[in-house]
Design a protein around this ligand. Structure first.
Ligand code: ADP
Ligand code: MG
Length: 314
């Protein structure tokens, strides 16, 4: 039996910035990624959980909300995240099942609509930092919306963008369902887009909130809760670089979590892109003593085996 593994797929594995992001393009791109994942399964991996980003997709749903608001009632952000989990999850399941069958493997692939518990008092709700959705250019419109409690941030000369909380993922509500599916041999897709953020008021059902959880942090949380041995973050670069983008750039092949924490504290990693990945792998390794990696999609098999990307050890 192979080790239980959680793999987080970056937005680029689904919708590269170089494409318009039509459904056909996203499907083709996911299909390309799933060929790699199927090869991994055919090579003997069992107990595999995939998680994925949803930035461009949830942005598009918000734009539709915006344009259609006088015709159909806009839906809240937790609904938007749920919608993207469904469309991306279905496309991953559909293409991965096909590739598995081609390789003679018969595992079912099951996307789980996944909720992640956050703290209603998370500081992100009073000081939101995560920009989402369309750019607005009408200052009066921005002021009107700010009066109703929506927060905005000025983004250079492109206008304003809504900012929402990016709260800490506290626990994966649907983890027991993921566990049952894994025990029965399924490949599971969970926590898409960081999971649907929910809070517990103690007065009724869990309540969805207007926030987006970082998908790398939520992936690390899920990997920890599932007792995974390996957590791999796949993105569009071969791993973690120090002095990234400079003449002194150097790619890290193997580091201890303590070394990575030192580089992080020295400000080596960009907020919102590489830093959350570094934070995620550090948390997973620190809390579980397991192994983690940040790597590119092309190298997924080698990355899972410990031979590619940036490998992070206890
Ligand atoms: P994803 O969609 O996979 O989450 P992101 O764009 O959020 O991808 O993060 C990956 C990007 O982080 C890379 O494309 C790279 O440009 C950027 N990056 C910032 N700092 C570093 C670094 N120190 N090493 C490697 N990549 C870095
Ligand atoms: Mg990212």
């Amino acid at each position: 039996m192979s080790e239980r593994t959680v793999i987080a797929l970056g937005g680029n594995a689904i919708s590269p910035v170089s494409t318009a992001g039509t459904a056909a393009e996203q499907t083709a791109n996911i299909h390309r990624s799933m060929r790699q994942v199927a090869a991994l399964v055919a090579a003997g991996m069992t107990e595999l959980v995939l998680t994925h980003g949803n930035g461009p997709q949830v942005g598009n749903v918000l734009i539709k909300n915006e344009l259609a608001k006088d015709v159909v009632p806009p839906v809240p952000l937790d609904w938007c995240v749920a919608q993207t989990q469904a469309t991306i999850g279905f496309t991953i399941a559909n293409t991965l099942s096909y590739e598995l069958t081609e390789l003679g493997c018969g595992q079912p692939v099951v996307p789980v609509v996944s909720r992640v518990l956050v703290d209603v008092d998370d500081p992100g709700f009073t000081a939101p930092t995560k920009p989402i959705g369309p750019y607005l250019t009408d200052a009066a419109e921005v002021a009107r919306r700010e009066a109703t409690g929506t927060r905005f941030v000025r983004v250079g000369d492109r206008g304003w963008r809504r900012v929402v909380a990016s709260p800490e993922p506290l626990s994966c509500v649907d983890r027991p369902a993921v566990e049952l599916l894994l025990e029965d041999g399924a490949i599971v897709i969970a926590n898409g887009g960081g999971g649907i953020p929910v809070v517990d008021d103690g007065t009724g059902p869990l309540r969805g909130v207007e926030a987006v959880i970082d998908k790398d942090l939520a992936g690390a949380r899920l990997a920890e809760e599932l007792g995974a041995a390996v957590f791999v973050v796949l993105t569009d670069v071969t791993g973690v670089a120090i002095d990234y983008g400079t003449a002194d750039e150097r790619w890290l092949t193997s580091v201890t979590v303590a070394e990575l924490r030192e580089l992080q504290a020295a400000g080596q990693f960009t907020a919102g892109s590489m830093d959350p990945k570094v934070e995620s792998v550090c948390r997973f390794v620190e809390r579980t003593g397991g192994r983690a990696a940040i790597a590119s999609l092309d190298g997924v098999i080698a990355a899972v085996n410990g031979d590619a990307g940036t490998q992070v050890h206890p």
